[in-house]
Design a protein around this ligand. Structure first.
Ligand SMILES: CC(C)(COP(=O)(O)OP(=O)(O)OC[C@H]1O[C@@H](n2cnc3c(N)ncnc32)[C@H](O)[C@@H]1OP(=O)(O)O)[C@@H](O)C(=O)NCCC(=O)NCCS
Length: 430
């Protein structure tokens, strides 16, 4: 199951005339190398295991490990080309993209984001540096050249975890309680918030907490991006970060975007993470933030401002708010294609729009702006859990410096993804 399909995939893709020893050896080496990599949580779950590490009980990858395709097929194709049995020459990078698309649109998108991140890796500081999942993610980020991770926590604890996990290299560790920078950070925070109820003593206490210390590292230029949230509730990460780095002056409000992949098609949902009951002005900012995220993924945004009403069909303060927000977006960003208020089905079914509202500027929307947090959060979770959509994010937009919040209990692959997006965000901001 491990060799057959993937050796043939590589052999067929280069139209090989033979499957020679070089190709078989390449497949064997690829499998051996993959077995030494960190095993994704999805594979562990599929086999009901807590951990899997290269050793006497695990010497070859598991058949349900989707990465086998990405490792074996290109190795075989390369060996075929080098040993002269290929009738077709492949660009291996383009071939890897093609294979990634077979695994899923989310995998393919994150591969291209990883390539962007690798062009200029940034320092990403993690609040929860003692957590095994964070250490595994940090190791993956470092070994793949996506980021230079900085783990906040006690060095001895992290070292012991690394040993336990069988990881050879130790990422940079900073212990807020031992750091010589803490006093300076506390003074900075005190000066910034002394008229907002923060005393010098409180500032010193707060800087012992990773969710204050980490954003302050980014603010002071000692790191480029901050990631936290694996073990915290969302507000516990967001509130300190907002106090330390604030929001970008030109955006005003911070909001969160999820990239939802529905049958391979991208949709950007917002705001499912930050603003509980946005007013029209905030809703307009949410829409603009989300459209800018879509552009960062090379998607041309078509924004639908969602409601229970279609273009004035139900007059109510809630639909009026969405209509006003639409007008504000149009005034603030005439370059954007936006319309509303409209119902979700009208937004995503072009035939419905064409039949009933042919005057609308938006057809087949791909940026969906929900009237409040309850609607957005519920919609993305249902689409993910019942609709089987792949989810990338949350992507936080509008923070004064790159700060990104993980979902509680996120898997290692999600942590790597959010950190990758944080690196791209930091590149964008630098
Ligand atoms: C984001 C959140 C934590 C902010 O809480 P809050 O009670 O408004 O926080 P505070 O009043 O302490 O605000 C802290 C600072 O951030 C600012 N702020 C709050 N929300 C902001 C936003 N959306 N954008 C920019 N700044 C914001 C405040 O103005 C304040 O600034 P200041 O202290 O310098 O004057 C809160 O809105 C929240 O809990 N949101 C929902 C999170 C959630 O549960 N998501 C679903 C799960 S993923």
């Amino acid at each position: 199951v491990l060799g057959f399909p993937f050796i043939f995939r590589g052999a067929l893709d280069v139209r090989a005339t033979d499957i020679n020893m070089e190709m078989k050896l390449a497949a064997a080496h690829a499998l051996a190398d993959l077995a030494k990599e960190d095993v994704p949580d999805s594979v562990l779950k599929a086999y009901g295991l807590d951990q899997l590490r290269f050793g006497p009980d695990y010497i070859i990858p598991k058949p349900l490990d989707a990465r086998v395709l990405m490792w074996v097929a290109p190795a075989v194709a390369k060996a075929a080309m080098e040993s002269g049995v290929a009738r077709r020459e492949l660009d291996l990078e383009a071939y890897l993209d093609e294979l990634a698309a077979r695994i899923g649109a989310g995998y393919q998108i994150m591969r291209s984001m990883q390539a962007k991140a690798k062009e200029a890796p940034k320092r990403v500081v993690f609040a929860e540096g003692e957590q095994p999942k964070i250490i595994r993610a940090a190791h993956a980020l470092l070994s793949q050249g996506i980021a230079t991770p900085i783990l906040l926590g006690r060095e001895a604890v992290i070292q012991a975890q690394c040993q336990e996990l069988g990881l050879d290299s130790l990422p940079t560790v900073v212990d807020p309680n031992q750091s010589e920078k803490r006093r300076g950070y506390a003074q900075n925070f005190y000066e910034q918030r002394q008229r907002k109820g923060v005393t010098a003593t409180l500032a010193r206490d707060l800087m012992r907490q990773p969710n204050y210390f980490g954003p302050m590292m980014v603010k002071q230029g000692d790191a480029d991006a901050f990631v936290s949230g694996l073990t915290y509730n969302y507000p516990e990460v967001l509130r300190p970060a907002l106090q330390v780095v604030g929001s970008q002056p030109d955006r005003g409000k911070v909001s969160g975007v999820y990239l939802m992949l529905v049958q391979g098609r991208p949709y950007f949902f917002s705001d499912a993470t930050v603003n509980i009951d946005p007013d029209a002005e905030t809703l307009a900012t949410i829409a603009i933030n989300a459209a800018d995220v879509a552009k960062r993924f090379d998607v041309e945004p078509r924004i639908a401002m969602l409601s229970f009403s279609n273009f004035g069909s139900t007059r109510h303060a809630q639909s009026e708010k969405v209509r006003q927000a639409t007008e504000i977006v149009k005034a603030r960003r005439p370059d954007l294609v936006v319309d509303g208020e409209m119902q979700a089905d009208v937004a995503v079914v072009p035939e419905l729009m064409a039949q009933h509202y042919p005057f609308s500027a938006v057809k087949d929307a791909n940026v969906l702006i929900f009237p409040d947090l309850a609607a957005a959060n519920t919609a993305y979770k249902l689409l993910n859990r019942l609709g089987g959509a792949e989810t990338i994010g949350p992507i936080l937009v509008g923070m004064g410096r790159p700060v990104h919040v993980l979902e509680t209990g996120a898997d290692v692959v999600d942590i790597v993804n959010v950190a990758t997006l944080a690196v791209v965000d930091a590149q964008f901001n630098s």
